[in-house]
Ligand binder design. Structure first.
Ligand code: ADP
Ligand code: MN
Ligand code: MN
Ligand code: MN
Ligand code: MN
Length: 335
């Protein structure tokens, strides 16, 4: 007998990488081993040097196919065994290892927007829906678009064994959020990529697409972000470390270094309106949803906990944002 393994990897599309996957039939008793693909079809290679290698890094029960089927997340390598330039996970690995003793944890809030054809789900064929105000955490067919897909996606994530902490309807019609974590850097990023794949795959069966576009509708509509909540053991036990992490993110050239790698099109979303701070002004504050980094109210009360970097776009690469935050904050906290 045999089972189905869906090999999933991140391609080389610029400026925002896409997920790709293909199916391999594996004999019972055998593990999903390394495999190959045509990199010239994924913006990862030229036609005359097209072979690239898939190295499995984690596997999850496949909730779509069920039975003994699995989802297999892979890193991409060249045939001479070097991480491919699109392989951002390979850059996170050494940083996560270097600071593992600080026990960093992340919870990432993934916002996204459903589309049917050219319009966000719930937008009428002509004109616009009623202005924002009632949609966030709303209920009822006049406010909620795509809940059956969202519920199915949540069930699929849980069946795959992902650590999902919640879901909610967002501020714009057809816009939703799920949260992955709290988990260590590699696990939160791996699981977010798998949860994204499951989102696209689940919505596909409903004839709907999901988009991580950071500004899916122009005008007075909220963008889509990926608020990244972060703590270390020191931050979970005292307030000095909370403040030092906030300060470190604002020091020297760190704000721009981070912003530049927090997802394509970030200036269009971080305008200073719609619960954002302007992309070129770093700030932090308690309870402040207009700051770059928010210290949750409860964290100030408890004098310990975590911080929320509100800047990352919905289309951010979680391997990149976790690497930058661990590197910047844990280096400062090491001193
Ligand atoms: P918001 O109020 O910003 O919408 P959410 O409830 O959507 O917040 O998301 C908060 C996230 O923070 C969750 O993913 C949760 O798992 C995560 N989180 C909670 N505690 C910690 C912690 N100590 N370190 C890192 N992340 C945490
Ligand atoms: Mn072929
Ligand atoms: Mn949230
Ligand atoms: Mn949100
Ligand atoms: Mn948030």
């Amino acid at each position: 007998m045999s089972y189905k393994a869906e090999y999933i990897w991140i391609d080389g599309t610029e400026p925002t990488a896409k997920l790709r996957s293909k199916t391999r039939i594996i004999d019972d008793g055998a593990e999903p081993g390394t495999w190959g693909f045509d990199g010239s079809s994924t913006n990862q290679a030229t036609g005359n040097f097209s072979d690239l290698v898939l190295r499995p890094v984690s596997a999850y029960p496949d909730p779509i196919r069920g039975g003994s089927a699995v989802l297999v997340l892979c890193e991409v390598f060249t045939v001479d065994d070097r991480p491919h330039r699109s392989n951002t996970r390979s850059l996170l690995r050494p940083v996560a290892e270097q600071f593992a003793d600080q026990e960093p944890l992340f919870g990432i809030e993934q916002e996204y927007t459903f589309f049917q054809g050219p319009r966000p789900l719930g937008f009428p064929e002509a004109g616009y829906p009623a202005p924002q105000g009632g949609y966030y955490c709303g209920v009822g067919a006049d406010e909620i678009f795509g809940r059956e897909i969202v519920e199915k996606h949540l069930d699929n994530c849980l069946a795959a064994g992902l650590t999902i902490s919640g879901i909610n309807a967002e501020v714009m019609p057809g816009q939703w959020e799920f949260q992955v974590g709290p988990l260590n850097p590699l696990d939160v990023a791996d699981q977010l990529w798998i949860a994204r794949w499951l989102l696209y795959r689940t919505a596909e069966d409903f004839g709907v697409s999901a988009s991580l576009d950071p500004k899916p509708a122009e005008g007075d509509w909220n963008g889509a972000g990926a608020h990244t909540n972060f703590s270390t053991r020191a931050m979970r036990s005292g307030y000095d470390a909370i403040i030092e992490a906030c300060e470190a993110l604002g020091r020297d050239d760190k704000p721009l270094e981070h912003i530049r790698q927090y997802g394509a099109g970030i200036e269009a979303r971080l305008t200073g309106a719609h619960e954002t701070a302007p992309w070129n002004e770093y700030s932090y504050g308690v309870s402040d949803r207009g700051a770059s980094v928010r210290i949750p109210w409860q964290v100030e009360v408890d004098k310990k906990g975590y911080i929320e970097d509100r800047r990352p776009n919905a289309n951010v690469d979680p391997y990149v944002v976790t690497r930058l935050m661990v590197d910047t904050c844990c280096t400062a906290l090491d001193k």
